[in-house]
Design a binder for this molecule. Sequence first.
Ligand code: AMP
Length: 116
Amino acid sequence: MAEETLFSKIIRKEIPADILYQDDLVTAFRDINPRAPSHILIIPNKIIPTTNDVEEEDEALMGRLFTVAKKLAKQEGIAENGYRLIVNCNAHGGQEVYHIHMHLVGGQPLGPMLVN
Ligand code: AMP
């Protein structure tokens, strides 16, 4: 059984977060340290630590991250101009919280893809 992080507490509403969307599979809330005008985290309710831990049985769940990202991008008014979806994995990917999450970032030009 994977270990809980603070994101499990956000899902259960035990610690405060600006939750924008929640269903039986996923939860989405604003990043506490936004790097752009819109910065939302979309996470599975199930604990999956990293992309290395995603199994075939999670395919529908992973798909839900994208359909919710699409809905929230529209809701934020950033769909037409565009945005970036990011999933960091482990140390080299800069992952800080070991509960897989998709960053939805937009609201300004984001520049080229980063690798320094
Ligand atoms: P990552 O580096 O991909 O693991 O991203 C983790 C993200 O979680 C960072 O962008 C943090 O700002 C964000 N974060 C950490 N704690 C919280 C929290 N309590 N509520 C919302 N976002 C958080």
